[in-house]
Design a protein around this ligand. Structure first.
Ligand code: AMP
Length: 282
């Protein structure tokens, strides 16, 4: 495995093409490793970037305490047979960076994390321009993020294609995330209930879509019922939304791609999760 730290060494990636760029903030877990496995399955050389990007953290967020576990990350990457790792120096990578505005900035996570996706897109674009990977791989756990990257690629000169990978979960259903490390064992178990409820919600949502009652009224009722349920569990709901998965606009009855997305603050940790559905044929 090649570990690259200097921008001037990036030339050596060329012998590994076609590349699948996998941007991460490190503290790797099976969710990240799933992206590497997928790249290898597609006969692409995974190139993982590890960079805790200050541009995507708000002033009251956890940039300084974000888990940094580089030695363990490298061990996992070697074990996974990752080909390339890029660990850029913060100063060098951010120098004269082209600051970008992310699309889809009025929806979901953008509302309570203003500027977050601008920071994500700015650094991802920098990596894309430097590395010019044939593909990049993002997880569907950060559904809005992959949509933003997809839209950016569509509207830019870059020839990189986007690949997405489904959410990797713990045995109990909790979506894997580096931020789960902030939770105690007991709290992780409790947080797994988020997915349990998401599955219930998706079953209810299908019924609402297929019945002939007032769609908007029933959606509102479903949303407020589960907001209450989450609250009773001590889950502070930032949002629970039913949206068109292509546009993130409020769901309409005939929409064919559906996203149920939730962001919850629990035990001082912000947790996001989602379920993607396609409309049943009626
Ligand atoms: P992060 O290190 O949190 O910025 O995540 C890096 C990449 O890994 C992003 O594309 C995430 O969507 C993806 N990822 C993180 N956790 C998961 C998961 N549980 N399942 C699938 N992809 C994930």
């Amino acid at each position: 495995m090649e570990i690259i730290e200097n921008l001037s060494d990036l030339d050596l990636i060329n012998k590994y093409r076609p590349l699948a760029l996998i941007p991460t903030m490190g503290n790797l877990h099976e969710g990240h490793l799933g992206l590497i496995k997928y790249a290898l399955k597609l006969n692409l050389s995974p190139m993982v970037t590890i960079f805790v990007n200050p541009l995507q953290f708000g002033p009251a967020e956890d940039f300084s305490k974000y888990p940094r576990t580089i030695e363990e990350d490298l061990r996992l990457l070697k074990k996974e047979k990752c080909k390339l790792v890029f660990i850029p120096d913060g100063k060098k990578i951010l120098e004269n960076i082209k600051e970008l505005k992310a699309p889809f900035s009025n929806f979901l996570c953008s509302k309570s994390r203003p500027g977050h996706f601008d920071g994500v897109l700015t650094i991802v674009n920098r990596f894309l321009e430097l590395i010019k990977p044939e593909y990049c791989i993002f997880g569907q756990k950060d559904f809005q993020q992959q949509l933003i990257i997809k839209e950016h690629l569509k509207n830019s000169e870059l020839s990189t294609k986007l690949i997405t990978n489904p959410i990797i979960r713990d045995k109990n259903g909790l979506a894997l995330s580096s931020r789960n490390n902030y939770l105690s064992k007991r709290d992780k178990l409790k947080a797994a209930k988020i997915y349990f409820y998401l599955k219930e919600i998706s079953a209810e949502l299908i019924k609402v879509i297929l019945n002939k009652n007032d769609f908007k009224k029933e959606l509102d009722f479903l949303k407020s019922s589960y907001r209450e349920i989450f609250l009773k569990e001590n889950f502070k709901v930032d949002y629970l939304e039913f949206v068109n998965a292509k546009t993130l606009e409020d769901l309409k009855k005939k929409d064919s791609e559906i996203l149920i997305a939730v962001a919850i603050n629990y035990a001082g940790v912000r947790l996001i999760d989602n379920i993607f559905l396609t409309r049943p044929i009626s």
